[in-house]
Design a protein around this ligand. Structure first.
Ligand SMILES: Nc1nc2c(ncn2[C@@H]2O[C@H](COP(=O)(O)OP(=O)(O)OP(=O)(O)O)[C@@H](O)[C@H]2O)c(=O)[nH]1
Ligand SMILES: [Mg+2]
Length: 598
């Protein structure tokens, strides 16, 4: 199927032309028929030899209805620009052409109609001049009369030729159906219609319905195309979608049905306005404009960021969020002057806030050279770290593998982070050699990473994580030389009398305070028995072996004698042995060595 939209000034014969081509009057409303004026979008279709089924979206030409016109034209890839032979080029001829140009519509026909009323040559020549320099420059032109039928065969064959050159969009592309009508069908519920530009819709599909108030998951209950029930429809197509569980009041023109996880519903976008403004003036955009995307129209504030060659780089603050992807072409318009300002090509759907002075200029520099192609490498470079799901939502084809979880990072970033992490760990150790390492969370913050998993992904030997802290593996057993010397002296003392733990005075003399002892214990150089009581590594097992030589059970003072130590050490040592399940204490306070302990 092909979908073609009309365009052109009021009363120039658009609806008459659609009726002449399809046999159906696209003006459905009583008021339209009474006033002889199109007020709302009209739909009609026919088989066209050489082109198959062609559906027409007929738009109003009156200046008051331009938003409706754009809602119809927005998602349609082919246009019939209609100019009356007896009317000539008129304001909405110009406004509609500027809109088609901004939207990048390249396929179409110039139709000079009402050719039975005046010589079409003048209107044709004028229109050709206006088309020059737009996306529709050089399209075929046909003169005809909807009343006499003259020129219609030529029009049909020219249209078939144009349609043959329109590339078929990918059927497996994500779906974004901009709603152009929503209504209730008795017994079926809410139905929305639109022009499906690409991708495939199926009965039963789950989709996201994006509206001004939010996004909700909906299910396709039934599908029609051109009033026929269908199981599936692929773009380009006119479709009517019956939605389960959606009230008529929940959905309106400008809302969109989306493949879940694709497109970012955003209120802020950075755009490139190619070639400055459509009217050729180099001046910046007005502060307040209206942004048209698909069938949606929302007011927006503009903030100039800078320029890139002849292009403006602009931030748009949308009054209501729109579901957008990178590369979308927005139509920018000044409704007060009936002026199409041009296109805004979406460069970023999640731009950073502009807080500091000069942030706009920095941002413009970041956007230099970007044209909206959703390129993974360039997105990764600018964003450093981003979730794969977010990239896909922006319209990026994600090909790199995540480095941790769903996190993708800029090329080379992980190596930089790994180096920086090594430096941080070294700095941390230098600042306090007795500290057990840099907490992972602290490292995450210092490295400005969004997830601890990324810190772990950047660990390179000899770094490793012990108890939630990053330590340099080789250094883990090392102590500062001063502490190492003091510990060696303690171990010397203990070599002769392994259970005569150094007393407070000896420890003070050696400069071994609480944190030094803790570091020595962590490094596996001393064994902690109690606060301030340390022995050589393996002392507990050694004690259990000594005590196994006593008649069982034994008293604390027998144990003290056997171990050759003081009460200060023996009592906590026995408790430590109990805790380690090397000994067990009887109710009478005597102990026995447990089997396996010796
Ligand atoms: N003689 C003659 N009259 C025509 C021709 N095409 C349209 N008309 C008449 O021109 C008037 C406007 O035609 P429409 O088809 O309603 O024009 P339109 O462009 O759809 O108008 P809007 O939708 O309101 O913008 C009607 O009275 C038509 O009968 C034609 O080829 N020859
Ligand atoms: Mg009409």
């Amino acid at each position: 199927m092909h979908v073609v939209a009309t365009a052109g000034h009021v009363d120039h014969g658009k609806s008459s032309l659609v009726r002449a081509l399809t046999g159906t009057d696209p003006d459905r409303l009583a008021e339209e028929k009474r006033r002889g004026l199109t007020i709302d979008l009209g739909f009609a279709w026919a088989q066209l030899p050489g082109a198959g089924t062609v559906a027409f979206v007929d738009v109003p030409g009156h200046a008051s209805f331009v938003p409706t016109t754009l809602a119809g034209v927005g998602p349609v890839p082919v246009a019939l620009l209609v100019v009356a032979a007896d009317g000539g080029w008129m304001p909405q001829s110009a406004e509609h052409l500027a809109a088609l140009d901004a939207l990048g519509v390249r396929h179409g026909l110039l139709v000079v109609t009402r050719a039975d009323l005046a010589d079409p040559a003048g209107a044709l020549a004028a229109a050709r001049e206006h088309l020059a320099g737009t996306t529709l420059a050089g399209v075929p032109a046909v003169a005809c009369s909807a009343v006499t039928g003259a020129g219609l065969p030529e029009l049909r064959s020219a249209l078939a030729g144009v349609l043959a050159a329109v590339p078929a969009p990918p059927a497996d592309a994500p779906v974004r159906l901009w709603v152009d009508r929503a209504f209730t069908v008795r017994g079926a519920g809410t139905v929305v219609t639109g022009t499906l530009g690409a991708g495939t819709l199926r009965g039963g599909d789950e989709l996201d319905l994006a509206t001004a108030s939010g996004v909700r998951r909906v299910r396709v209950r039934g599908l029609q195309s051109l009033e026929q029930d269908v199981a599936r429809a692929s773009g380009v197509a006119r479709v009517a979608v019956n939605l389960r569980g959606v009230e008529r009041g929940d959905v309106t023109r400008g809302d969109a049905l989306l493949t879940p996880g694709w497109s970012v519903r955003t209120g802020v976008v950075d755009v490139r306005c190619p070639g400055g403004r459509a009217d050729g003036e180099p001046e910046p955009l007005p502060a307040r404009i209206v942004v048209h995307a698909g069938s949606a129209a929302v007011p927006a504030r503009t903030r100039p960021l800078g320029t890139d060659g002849p292009d403006l780089l602009v931030r748009l603050q949308l009054a209501a969020p729109l579901p957008l992807v990178l590369g979308d072409r927005l139509l920018l318009r000044d409704p007060t002057r009936h002026l199409v300002l041009g296109a805004g090509v979406v460069l970023d759907v999640r731009p950073p806030a502009l807080r500091r002075r000069g942030a706009a200029a920095t941002r413009a520099a970041d956007l230099h050279g970007l044209h909206g192609e959703p390129d993974e490498t360039s997105e990764l470079r600018r964003r450093r770290v981003v979730r794969g799901a977010d990239l896909r939502a922006m319209g990026v084809d994600v090909r790199t593998t995540p480095v941790a979880g769903d996190w993708h990072v800029a090329p080379g970033l992980l190596e930089q982070v790994a180096q920086r992490l090594a430096a941080l760990v070294a700095e941390h150790a230098a600042a306090d050699p007795l500290q057990p390492g840099l907490p992972v969370e602290e490292a995450r913050r210092a490295l400005a990473l969004p997830d601890r998993a990324l810190v772990l992904a950047a660990l390179r030997p000899p770094l490793r994580v012990v108890d939630g802290r990053v330590v340099a593996g080789a250094a883990a057993g090392e102590l500062p030389p001063r502490v190492a010397r003091a510990v060696a002296a303690v171990l010397d003392d203990l070599a002769a009398r392994p259970f005569a733990a150094p007393d407070a005075e000896r420890l003070r003399e050696l400069g071994l305070g609480r944190s030094e002892l803790a570091a020595a214990v962590r490094a596996g150089r001393l064994e902690r028995v109690a606060e301030g009581v340390v022995l050589a590594p393996g002392a507990l097992r050694l004690a259990a072996r000594e005590l196994a030589g006593l008649p069982q059970p034994f008293t604390a003072s027998q144990a003290r004698g056997a171990l050759g130590t003081s009460r200060r050490v023996a009592l906590p040592l026995l408790q430590a042995l109990d805790a380690a399940r090397l000994t067990a204490r009887d109710p009478d306070d005597r102990r026995r060595v447990l089997a396996g302990a010796e």
